[in-house]
Design a protein around this ligand. Structure first.
Ligand SMILES: Cc1cc2nc3c(=O)[nH]c(=O)nc-3n(C[C@H](O)[C@H](O)[C@H](O)COP(=O)(O)OP(=O)(O)OC[C@H]3O[C@@H](n4cnc5c(N)ncnc54)[C@H](O)[C@@H]3O)c2cc1C
Length: 432
């Protein structure tokens, strides 16, 4: 069957196999090489694509839950949305959540995803107490910060290249509301974004939407949204309206949608002190989940998401250079997102490092790849790196320079015989 990630680029012919039982997964793995696990396919490029794909969506049972401590054990195919539906009404939420809840627990661990609170709570792996991994020979290893530590450090953020994460035990976070108290702060340019981020670093959650069309003295014009959980005892979410994009359609529709969303907020709050509001948690964390199949808005050719991180010392200069290139090329999505990251963790390939990250979409079109190479050079000149889970075109040299621990990762893969068994199109491209 033909498979792709969320960016619909590239589309690859893969032999895909579902499994519901561990024994089926082990039998499948024994039949050949070049396997990769595929969760909900929300990574953007080719990290979940390989000649043989193991679909985890039916391996999705809840195994255990302790209502006193908020510790849950579940199979890898369960989604974050399912965990929220089950546990938010009981006062538990995820410690770390990305901008979509429509992903699997296995995918969240393998990409070691981050949310709007990386500076406060780190990556998803910080909430992983332990996990069980199927190795190339079908045996199972328990991994944690105490047991099989190198395997744990390689698997969290390891993009499925160490084996199949079968199940995981996670620490949830106690909350007393399904709502977020949010402050909205308009920023006239990039300088203001950095000043406001500094002032607001005590908020656990923050994200800035940047208008990529603005140039000159308005370069980096943004809306910064910061917030924390409310404490009102209201644990039920209101019914959410859903929209859907039924067929692939022109990209200007998505740009118009995000443009009007940005302008509505920006001009409502511009020139006023920070605006406070109480919003359902879903509106704050998952605004794009309200539109089913929004990826179709980029048309049949698909799109790439470019996400980089730059260390604190070079963030401002580097972001400015990147935004100048993007606004001059006029090719990116209207909206980009900037987030603040805290210190990097000990995992071999986790993406975040202390500094700022920038993410935006680019429709596949002529001249795009030339622009992305220019952006790569700026990222490297500023000691940054690109996010593997968003990537579909990074070069081997770019990967190796950005992820200096790749050698330790590869040594571990050699030691466990993973190099033949677990590969993706991405891993081959970047030399793993
Ligand atoms: C709208 C949107 C917003 C997003 N926002 C963010 C964000 O804010 N922060 C962020 O960090 N990411 C974000 N992402 C990216 C997304 O969170 C990650 O790509 C995530 O890994 C997708 O999970 P999945 O279940 O879809 O995994 P897939 O896309 O299917 O796979 C992703 C990787 O995980 C591996 N994998 C999956 N399951 C397993 C398993 N059981 N065992 C071993 N390996 C496995 C795959 O092999 C692959 O390498 C966003 C994506 C979208 C579409």
């Amino acid at each position: 069957m033909k498979l792709s990630g969320w960016g619909c680029y590239p589309i690859i012919e893969c032999a895909a196999h579902l499994f519901e039982k561990r024994s089926t997964a082990a039998a499948l793995l024994s039949a050949g090489d070049d396997w990769i696990a595929y969760g909900q396919g929300k990574s953007y490029g080719d990290s979940a694509l390989a000649p043989h794909v193991l679909l985890t969506q039916e391996y999705n049972k809840l195994i255990d839950f302790d209502a006193q401590t908020g510790v849950v054990t579940c199979e890898c195919g369960i989604t974050l949305a399912e965990l929220i539906d089950l546990f938010l009404p009981r006062g538990w939420f995820l410690k770390v959540t990305p901008g979509t809840k429509l992903i699997s627990v296995g995918g969240a661990i393998a990409s070691d995803v981050h949310g709007k609170n990386h500076h406060a709570e780190g990556c998803f792996s910080e909430s992983v107490i332990s996990l069980r991994l199927m190795l190339p020979d079908g045996t199972i290893a328990s991994c944690s910060r105490e047991e099989n530590v190198p395997l744990f450090r390689a698997t969290c953020g390891g993009m499925g290249l160490t084996g199949v994460i079968l199940d995981a035990t996670l620490q949830l976070k106690a909350v007393n509301s399904a709502y977020i108290r949010e402050n909205i702060i308009p920023c006239a340019n990039l300088d203001e974004v950095f000043v406001q981020y500094d002032r607001c670093s005590h908020y656990p959650y923050s994200v800035a939407w940047i208008d990529c069309l603005a140039g000159g003295s308005s370069l980096g014009r943004s809306i910064l949204m910061v917030g924390d959980h409310d404490d009102d005892g209201e644990l039920t979410l209101p019914e959410a309206k859903r929209l859907s994009v039924p067929v692939t359609c022109p990209s200007f529709l998505l740009n118009n949608y995000t443009l009007s969303m940005f302008n509505q907020i920006y001009y409502r709050v511009k020139g006023k002190p920070a605006q406070r509001q109480r919003v359902p948690l879903e509106t704050f964390f998952y605004p794009l989940d309200k539109i089913d199949h929004w990826n179709r808005m980029y048309g049949k050719a698909g799109f790439v998401q470019y996400q980089c991180v730059l260390p604190m010392a070079t963030s401002y200069k580097g972001m400015k250079a990147l935004l100048q290139q993007i606004s001059a090329a006029g090719m990116g999505s209207f909206l980009a997102v900037i987030k603040l990251f805290g210190p990097q963790n000990e995992n071999f390939l986790s993406f975040p490092m202390e500094g700022y990250t920038l993410a935006l979409d680019f429709k596949i079109q002529p001249k795009l790849f030339g622009l992305l190479e220019r952006l790569d050079r700026i990222v490297l000149e500023h000691d940054g790196r690109l996010y593997l889970t968003k990537d579909s075109r990074m070069s081997e040299a770019m990967f190796m320079q950005g992820y200096p621990r790749w050698r330790e990762f590869q040594d571990l893969r050699t030691q466990y015989g993973m190099k033949k068994k677990f590969n993706s199109w991405q891993s081959k491209r970047i030399g793993l």
